[in-house]
Design a protein around this ligand. Structure first.
Ligand SMILES: Nc1ncnc2c1ncn2[C@@H]1O[C@H](COP(=O)(O)OP(=O)(O)OP(=O)(O)O)[C@@H](O)[C@H]1O
Ligand SMILES: [Zn+2]
Length: 753
């Protein structure tokens, strides 16, 4: 058997002793590598090849792990140090082989690669791939089906009728799923259950794994669209690794076109993975997918219930889920036969995971595709400078769509100079903007206000003594959420009731909100436009995909005149009747020392702007700004992103800033400022020197205190041809963190807080 022969090659084996068959098992825990386990006689005939999922003893516990390969595929300078060998006598036996499909080789290679690249423990990366299998609920889950006969006295409403239609068409579904499909709140489903119109029933297998039919309902494509779709189809049909940037203005049909690549992938019988930056988007996306392919895709995100999570994981591993659409964590699903990856809105920073293993899902998608030998398509209207640089260097292919589909024109973008057209005292909307809203809604069209800030006001200040309400755990102001009558910290979640008097000087009724959040803009809009039907869309007012789907459905049915929202409204929504977009504070993202502040602002605002005028009626975009001459505003008004990105590139190139160089951040955090300083200083002293590299810091992080931990940052900047991982590995080995201190590594940092 494989493991026995592996063991014979083990150079650390003590000569003369009888060797017991052993396997290496990687556990989803923060160890530096896999451990050796003995293969007991009871498992002598079991298939313990690499990938097998096993349970093993660890101390007094039993853990689930994966039999790991003996040979690293990584170049030696990237591979983690070898684990010390354990003598035969001290080897613990594997407890059991679990009845789960093995982890495919491609995923194992990917786990090794991500761990090496991000300097994480491979176990912590494996944890992301295994999150679902450890808990295996067995009881059948009940869903809801239509009661027959229905209760005689049932009060019928349009939403109730919609729910009953959905349930009769699909059979038993969970309440959340019914709500999502019917585009109603879960309360409607519960109400029907309480009324006796729905009754519990065992659920059938989820419909998400029906085979999508590539020929079900193909679009008619012409011109640029047809050319782009043809290229993508060819790449997906031929297979093999390639990276393509699909760049097209908002509303040009990018989604429509990459669906053709999925069709080609399906026609070959292989699996496709689609990554979306925001899973709230998935409701509209799955609807579109179902219209195109006659079946639903499987969904993967962190809000998935445990049962569906387990079923989906298995279906992917068995090859039974042909298409998965998901958030970045879907990269770690066990696809045995991945034939295509799509990264939609590739420029989105939401693809960067900041907690635990910090990785950029766009970049890791390229790695995953390389390992799988499959094409990857990066999709955006405003590609990141990183991706454009790869196109420029000839590493990525480039497909371009320059016009909106169906003759729809690009919206006209204008700035409102807030110095010349200020809002009334205490308000935030310029008369120019309110008049435009009145005009658009007067024509029966919809309008949208965008402000990327949740809550009522970002700062609360005492008018008497100037005291600012600050988070006790973070270097951050408390944000007022008026609806809930609290002040809260957006970094750590700390909350307190809004105090009646200033905690500093005791002055009564002296605390004043400064600046607007989306709640405050909504209050102003309700006062200014009492007759308009308003829908607020922010992550805290729309808890979960079902509520989002509900809001989107109301907008699509034209039950809403004015949408007010945070970045959630910016994403790829298609609202044909929306013609006016007002950006409340276009300058918002430009402050702070973030390397990509300008690029990101252009991308975000262009994407918001792209919601306007997607059908016949032309769109208009108004940007409220105090700096209308800023290059970002000029780029948005002219729509000339190529020129803007060229300028960005020229600013970053000389200093070797990304994408022309590499960055890695070291973040020191500690219980006390002294421990943080001492550790940061030690890192500073041990910092690498040399040609083409530079260490900036240590310096207090902008968020100098976060969740009660004191934070310092160092930044390593190198030329592109320098491999930062071996440098960092060596550097970190020289420094022992003080008691209570830790050092986190962030390769290719996106956030500099
Ligand atoms: N060839 C086509 N035939 C029919 N409808 C199309 C075609 N191309 C695009 N559309 C429709 O035009 C609208 C915009 O297309 P789509 O959403 O694919 O654009 P997009 O480039 O992905 O937009 P965004 O970047 O803003 O998300 C959609 O309603 C889509 O169904
Ligand atoms: Zn806080």
């Amino acid at each position: 058997m494989a493991h026995a022969s592996l063991d014979k090659r083990d150079p650390t084996r003590k000569p003369g002793k009888t060797t017991r068959p052993r396997v290496r098992v990687l556990l989803p825990l923060p160890f530096p590598g896999p451990f050796d386990y003995a293969v007991p006689d009871s498992l002598a005939d079991a298939d313990l090849r690499p990938g097998a999922i096993v349970s093993v003893p660890l101390g007094r516990r039993t853990e689930t792990g994966v039999v790991w390969d003996n040979d690293s595929v990584l170049p030696p300078e990237f591979a983690p140090p070898p684990m010390p060998a354990v003598a035969d006598g001290r080897l613990k036996p594997v407890a059991a082989l679990l009845d789960l499909p093995p982890l495919p080789a491609g995923l194992r290679r990917f786990v090794d690669w991500v761990a090496a690249y991000t300097l994480s423990s491979p176990g912590m990366v494996l944890a992301m791939a295994l999150r679902t299998t450890a808990t295996i609920p067995t009881a059948p889950v009940l869903g809801w089906t239509v009661a027959d006969p229905p209760p005689p006295d049932l009060r019928e409403t349009p939403t109730r009728r919609k729910v009953l239609e959905v349930v009769s068409a699909h059979g038993p579904l969970t309440a959340a799923e019914i709500a999502r499909r019917a585009g109603v709140g879960v309360g409607v489903v519960r109400g029907l259950a309480d009324a006796g119109a729905l009754r519990p029933a065992p659920m059938a297998a989820p419909p998400a794994f029906a085979r999508p039919d590539p020929d079900h309902n193909p679009p008619v494509l012409t011109g640029q669209q047809a050319d782009a779709a043809h290229s993508l189809r060819e790449l997906a049909t031929q297979g093999g690794f390639s990276v393509t940037l699909l760049e097209g203005v908002t509303g040009s049909g990018k989604t429509e076109i990459y669906m053709e690549a999925i069709a080609a992938c399906l026609a070959r019988g292989r699996q496709a993975l689609v990554l979306l930056p925001e899973i709230a988007l998935s409701s509209q996306w799955t609807g579109r997918f179902a219209r195109r392919f006659g079946a639903e895709p499987a969904l993967w995100h962190s809000d998935l219930g445990p049962r569906l999570r387990r079923i989906t994981w298995r279906a992917v591993a068995d090859g039974a889920a042909p298409v998965v659409v998901g958030a970045r964590s879907a990269l770690f699903l066990p696809f045995p036969d991945l034939g295509l990856i799509i990264v939609d809105e590739e420029h989105e920073t939401a693809f960067k995971q900041e907690d635990g293993v910090t990785y950029h899902a766009r970049d890791m998608a390229v790695v995953r595709a390389r390992v799988a030998g499959a094409p990857v398509v990066l999709v955006s209207a405003t590609p990141s400078l990183e991706t454009l640089a790869n196109v420029g260097a000839g590493r990525y292919r480039h497909l371009v769509l320059t016009a909106r589909h169906g003759g729809a024109t690009m919206p006209e973008v204008r700035t409102i100079d807030m110095r010349a057209h200020p809002p009334e005292r205490g308000l935030f909307l310029s008369p120019v903007l309110t008049e435009a809203i009145t005009a658009a809604t007067g024509r029966g069209e919809q309008a949208m206000l965008f402000l990327n800030r949740r809550g009522y006001a970002p700062l609360t200040l005492c008018r008497t003594c100037g005291h600012r309400m600050q988070c006790p755990n973070c270097t951050a102001w408390l944000v007022e959420h008026r609806a809930r009558q609290i002040l809260t910290c957006h970094h750590c979640g700390y909350q307190e009731p809004v105090p009646p008097a200033c905690p500093q000087c005791n002055a009564e009724a002296s605390l004043t909100p400064i600046g607007p959040g989306v709640e405050r803009i909504t209050e102003e809009a309700r006062a200014t436009f009492p007759d308009l039907r308003i829908q607020v869309m922010a992550s805290d007012t729309l808890p979960g995909p079902a509520a989002t789907a509900d809001a989107v459905a109301r907008i699509a049915r034209r039950e809403i005149d004015l949408v007010i929202g945070t970045q959630i409204v910016a994403k790829g929504w298609h609202f044909p009747h929306l013609t006016l977009v007002g950006v409340v504070d276009a300058d918002l993202g430009l402050g702070g020392g973030d390397l990509r502040a300008a690029e990101r602002t252009v991308q975000l605002l262009h994407q918001v702007a792209g919601r306007a005028g997607r059908a016949e009626a032309p769109g208009q975009v108004l940007l409220q700004s105090y700096t209308p001459d800023h290059p970002v505003m000029l780029a948005l008004v002219s729509g000339d992103f190529e020129a803007f990105m060229r300028q960005e590139a020229e600013q970053r190139r000389p200093g070797f800033w990304p994408p022309f160089g590499r960055l890695a951040a070291l973040i020191v955090s500690a219980d006390t400022p002294d421990a943080a300083d001492a550790t940061a200083r030690a890192l500073g002293h041990a910092a690498p020197h040399g040609e083409g590299l530079q260490v900036l810091g240590p310096a207090p992080a902008p968020l100098a205190v976060l969740r009660g931990r004191h934070r310092r940052r160092l930044l390593l900047r190198t030329r592109r041809d320098v491999a930062v991982q071996p440098l960092l590995r060596h550097w970190l080995s020289l420094v022992k963190p003080e008691r209570g201190a830790r050092i986190d590594v962030d390769i290719d940092p996106v956030s500099f807080l």
